[in-house]
Ligand binder design. Structure first.
Ligand code: HEC
Length: 130
């Protein structure tokens, strides 16, 4: 009987342990399939695409890890569960809605297009997915 209790404990513990890496793998998959391709078009030219050029604002979006980390002055790139505290989202939203703001991304004079409403919604859902 004691063995059985121990066994169920182990099974429960490993089920929990498997949870976190799976969530990360899901995020990585969604990033590659849906999120990065749209950011690549609008943002990557200034944020890491050319390894010979310094990413503007110290912000590199070429990997999920660096995109989540953020840049020099505007805080965390992605706060999981909270788009309002994610500079990746807030500055993209400014770029799409308030083109004259200094931190609107992409900047007004940039050649690349801001994210569309649908793309912003996708980005928000990605950041806030449970
Ligand atoms: C034409 C170049 C250009 C494009 C395109 C561009 N950015 Fe930027 N980005 C900049 C510059 C320059 C800064 C630094 C501005 C400053 O600190 O005053 C910056 C800063 C940032 C920062 C703040 C980094 C920090 O913490 O200081 C974020 C986040 C950011 N950009 C996201 C984006 C996103 C997302 C896109 C696409 C939707 C984008 N940018 C497109 C030039 C660009």
């Amino acid at each position: 009987m004691r063995h059985l209790a121990l066994l169920s404990l182990l099974v429960t513990a490993s089920a929990f342990a498997a949870d976190a890496p799976k969530a990360n793998a899901d995020r990585e998959k969604a990033w590659k399939a849906d999120i990065f391709p749209m950011l690549e078009k609008s943002c990557a030219g200034c944020h890491g695409k050319d390894p010979a050029k310094k990413a503007k604002g110290g912000y590199n979006i070429m990997t999920l890890e660096s995109a989540a980390k953020g840049g020099k002055e505007n805080g965390v790139g992605i706060t999981w569960g909270n788009a309002a505290k994610s500079s990746l989202y807030t500055l993209s939203e400014l770029g799409a809605t308030k083109r004259d703001e200094e931190m609107a991304m992409p900047p007004k004079k940039a050649k690349s297009e801001p994210l569309t409403k649908d793309q912003l919604a996708k980005l928000k859902a990605f950041i806030e997915a449970k």
